[in-house]
Structure formats: structure tokens, C-alpha cells
Ligand binder design. Structure first.
Ligand code: SF4
Length: 300
């Protein structure tokens, strides 16, 4: 049973408040640029499932601007640290326009920055090369590096429906390669994908909980239907039932109970942009969702 939230884990690990800086490697995604498909995962928005990043300028400039933006809202007296968070698109995807050397240089510069305490790298399990894993495991000796893998579901039928573009075997293989090199792995799941029952979602959580070693972290993400996505078209043609706030929070608690206690709960809801949100509208009220979640998890 995991009740270990990311905030608590970060405070225990780094001894102060830690903020994520959303940054960009300039990578695209093989599920969008034609290597695998051009459509992308059906839920993915134009921003590559991450709309808030600092995307312009070199990495030092991106970090400077992102730190300034957050620091301007904080009291100067309290110490804070930052995680360089590469969220949008597939941030280990090597292409002729953005080769290994370029991406490695960005990660190296980010981790060497004095204000940065960790790297968090979102990617797909089918686009992380052996040399990238070796490189990241070296960086991991300097500061904490974790890799976020977007799995969403273990069910192949759903994976086809959402055009994920790789099979569960690919995930398992990459998971093992990352863990063998001592890297932390955070797994993303999405709840209430089309055709998925609660039992199927529980099977995904149980499967991940049974991995050896278990994931260092998990994201339970509420499916958000966003404008200008294939998912929005599918939903309009053939809507499926989405949960209310209470039902969702209570179910996420059931899933968290399935996870081992050392697996950190990185996310319990969705974080899509409000301006694109079609359904479920209740999740736009973050404060209300947080309060409801606190009740179910008995958090302070
Ligand atoms: S892998 Fe990520 S960036 Fe690529 S299409 Fe899917 S959600 Fe979007």
C-alpha cells in the first residue's frame, strides 16, 4: 500500500521544497513524425502531452527563465531546489536533426546547473538507445536521474485503440534495461481509457506492482479529453462514461493500495491545459480535486 506522495518524498530526500522546471530537449516523437505513425497517441495534444514548458532558447536560458518565473512568486528567505523536467514529446528520441550528442549535451548541462537537484525525463520505451541509457546512468552518479515511461495500460487491445504504437514486451524490456543500470523509473498510467473497466485498470496497477524491482514511482492520470485530439473525435462519435470526482478519487485510492509502499505516487489526477479540456470538466477545479483526494488519502 503506497501513501508516499511526491511532495513528501522530495522533502525527505532534499530537505526543502522542490519545484519542477518544465524544459524542452527539442525532441519530437516517432509516433507523430511518421517513423511509427503520424497520428500520435489519440489522447495526445499538439504540445506532445505537456503544454507548459519553456521551449525557447538554449538549455541555460530555459533554466534561467523558468527559475526566475517560479522564484518571483516565492519568499526569498526559504531555500528551494529545482528538478529539470523534460515532459513534452519523447525526450530520448534521437533523430538526424537532434542526434544523441545534442540531447546528451542538454542533459549534461541541465544536471550540472547549480540550481538543479535532479533530472526527470519523459519518453517512450521504444526510443531510448543503449548508449543513452549508459550515458544517463553515468549522470545518475552525479545527481538523481529518473526516467518517466508512458505505458498508460497493460492491455494490448486498448493500446491499439489509443494508437500507442508499441507492445507491452517493449515496455518490459526497456524497464529492465533501465533498472539494471540503476536508474529510477516512473510509470505513467491513464485511467478511464475507452473500453477499460475498473478491473482492467486494477490489472494494470497490479501488474506494475508485481514488477521486480517495483517502479520507483507511478502516475495515475485521469483521462482528459482535449480539444483537437483524435480522442475528442472518438468521444464525440461514441462517448463513454467518465467518473465523477468522488468516484475517481476513491478508485485511485484503491489503486494506490495495490502499490508497494516504496513506490512514490507522482500524480493522482490529470494536468492537461484547462483551455483545451472538454471532459471531465470537474477536474479543472484543482483545489476541489486536491481536497477530495486528501479526504480519501487522509493527507494533511
Ligand atoms: S508518445 Fe507521447 S508525445 Fe508521442 S504521441 Fe504518444 S503521448 Fe504524444
Amino acid at each position: 500500500m503506497s501513501t508516499l506522495t511526491l511532495n513528501r518524498w522530495l522533502k525527505e530526500k532534499f530537505g526543502c521544497k522542490v519545484y519542477k522546471l518544465s524544459l524542452s530537449t527539442g525532441c519530437t516523437c516517432p509516433n507523430r513524425d511518421g517513423k511509427i505513425s503520424t497520428g500520435g497517441c489519440t489522447f495526445c495534444s499538439e504540445g506532445g502531452s505537456g503544454e507548459f514548458g519553456q521551449t525557447s532558447g538554449n538549455i541555460d536560458e530555459q533554466i534561467r527563465k523558468a527559475v526566475e518565473k517560479i522564484s518571483s512568486k516565492l519568499p526569498k528567505t526559504k531555500p528551494v531546489k529545482f528538478i529539470a523536467y523534460f515532459q513534452s514529446f519523447s525526450n530520448t528520441y534521437e533523430t538526424p536533426g537532434n542526434p544523441f550528442e545534442n540531447i546528451a549535451d542538454i542533459f549534461h548541462k541541465a544536471i550540472s546547473h547549480p540550481e538543479i537537484c535532479a533530472l526527470s525525463i519523459g519518453t517512450r520505451p521504444d526510443c531510448i538507445s543503449g548508449r543513452m541509457i549508459d550515458f544517463l546512468s553515468e549522470l545518475n552518479k552525479e545527481k538523481h536521474v529518473w526516467i518517466e515511461l508512458g505505458l498508460q495500460t497493460i492491455h494490448e487491445k486498448t493500446a491499439e485503440k489509443i494508437n500507442r504504437g508499441y507492445s507491452l514486451d517493449v515496455f518490459c524490456d526497456t524497464y529492465k534495461r533501465l533498472k539494471d543500470k540503476g536508474l529510477s523509473v516512473i510509470v505513467h498510467t491513464i485511467l478511464w481509457l475507452p473500453g477499460e473497466t475498473k478491473d482492467m485498470m486494477k490489472e494494470t496497477a497490479s501488474y506494475l506492482a508485481a514488477l521486480t524491482p517495483p517502479p520507483d514511482g507511478i502516475k495515475f492520470q485521469l483521462l482528459q479529453i482535449l480539444r483537437k485530439t483524435k480522442m475528442a473525435e472518438d468521444y464525440e462519435k461514441n462517448p463513454w462514461s467518465l467518473p465523477g470526482m468522488n468516484e475517481y478519487c476513491s478508485f485511485v485510492k484503491e489503486l494506490a493500495d495495490l502499490m508497494p509502499e516504496e513506490t512514490v505516487l507522482h500524480r493522482l489526477t490529470g494536468d492537461g491545459p484547462k483551455s483545451l479540456l472538454i471532459e471531465p470538466l470537474w477536474c479543472a477545479n484543482k483545489r476541489a480535486v486536491l481536497n477530495e483526494m486528501k479526504k480519501h488519502f487522509q493527507l494533511d
